[in-house]
Each structure stands twice: as C-alpha cells, then as structure tokens.
Design a protein around this ligand. Structure first.
Ligand code: MG
Length: 233
C-alpha cells in the first residue's frame, strides 16, 4: 500500500463522496413505478455506462448521451419512437427530479473530509460531468463548503481520463502532480488516468470489485487519512 506525501488530496465525486448509483436506482424506480423490473433497472445502468463512456470519448454531447440512454431503455419498457424534444422533456421532468431528491453523501464522506482537513492536507474535487449539476450535488449533500475548489469536466473542457484534466487542476492550484493523490472509484478513468498524468492514485473499492493487480485500494474513505502523510510533516 502506498503512503504518499501529499500536498493535495483530489477527490472524485460520484461513487466517492456521493452515492450516485443509489440515487440513480431510486430515480429509476420512482420514474418507472411498477415497470421498474430488475431487467429494466439493469438496462438503465448498462445504457448509462455505455453512453457515458461514449461521452467521455467525445463521441456524444452531454445532451446526446441522455437521449441515447433513454432510446436504449424505452424498448425494454415497450415504448415507441420519441423525438429529441420528447426525450429531453422526459429526462428533465420524470427522471431528473427523482434523481436530485435522492442525492445523498456516503456516510463516510463528511467525516473523512473533515479529518483530512484537520490533518493539514489541501482538498479539491475533480469530477466528470456538468458544472451546474456537480456543484448542486455537493451543495445538496452539505459538502460544497468543505471539499475545497471544485473542477468539473465541463468547466475544464477536458474529461478524465485525459491527463490534461488532472494536470490543469494541479497547475491551477500550484501543486506538484507527484504530490497529489487522486481518489476515485473507476479504475481506468480515475486511477490509471491520474497515474498517466503523473499523480498518485488510490482506488476506492466500495463493492469489492477491484482488479486483482491493483495494490492501491481502500474499501472506504475512513482508510484515507491513514495513508496520506501531509507534506512538511
Ligand atoms: Mg466516480
């Protein structure tokens, strides 16, 4: 296990601080009601993962990936063809409000953030996703004032795992990438992405699905403080 000297702990948001998957599941169940079979919920997450990967690769815009997710899932629900406008309306009025109502921080997020702050290490957030929505998540979960500066893919103009996303944050905060520890829940996007940019990285593996070859793994945010040695201490 690593014991990095860190000037900055850079945190992912979805899956690390906020339980995106639980909120998304609650939203699908609320949206679909009795149609929320296990098949439909599985189809929703498969579509989400596939379309967000295409968005990360630059093949779809943010709006297009939302529509594509709905077009993937509606046939499973017996739905027919919809226009872009109908899909946007459906996403914004049926799925999104339920998703927002279900936003919650992981129970270990706030204690870990506060403990890291007390240790003297600087904190920041680097998250893929939209500026408005990611900030709203942090505000709704009571974390916005505690996590330091927030950098989103939308505002940066580049997305993880692009090394420029990580390096731009380090540059803006005047920290050495080698003394920055990225904490993320997606191995390729977060951990390999951060290392590719010269940062240190640790995988937060809440569900025990980490790749076997990965040595830098924690199972909860409470483990983070023990493995970060603030620089200058
Ligand atoms: Mg994540």
């Amino acid at each position: 296990m690593i014991e990095p000297r860190a000037d900055l702990v850079l945190l992912d948001l979805d899956g690390v601080l906020m339980d995106h998957r639980a909120a998304a599941r609650a939203a699908v169940v609320a949206w679909l009601g009795p149609r929320a079979t296990s098949e439909a919920v599985a189809a929703w997450f498969a579509a989400q993962d596939r379309r967000l990967a295409q968005w990360r690769a630059g093949a779809l815009t943010w709006a297009e990936q939302r529509r594509a997710r709905l077009r993937d899932v509606l046939p499973v629900l017996g739905g027919g063809e919809r226009t872009d406008e109908e899909l946007d309306l459906l996403f914004e009025t049926e799925y999104l409000p339920a998703y927002e109502r279900a936003w919650a921080a992981f129970p270990d997020a706030r204690p870990a953030v506060d403990e890291l702050r007390r240790s003297g290490v600087a904190l920041a957030v680097l998250t893929n996703g939209s500026e408005q929505q990611q900030r709203a998540k942090l505000r709704a979960t009571g974390l916005l004032d505690r996590v330091g500066p927030v950098f989103t893919a939308e505002a940066l103009g580049v997305r993880k795992p692009d090394p420029r996303a990580f390096l731009t944050v380090c540059e803006r905060l005047s920290v050495d990438p080698r003394r920055t520890l990225y904490v993320g829940d997606e191995h390729e996007v977060d951990v390999l992405g951060a290392r590719g940019a010269g940062l240190q990285a640790v995988l937060l593996d809440r569900d025990g699905t980490a790749p076997q070859q990965e040595a830098a793994v924690i199972r909860g945010l409470a483990e983070l403080r023990a493995l970060v040695v603030p620089s200058g201490r």
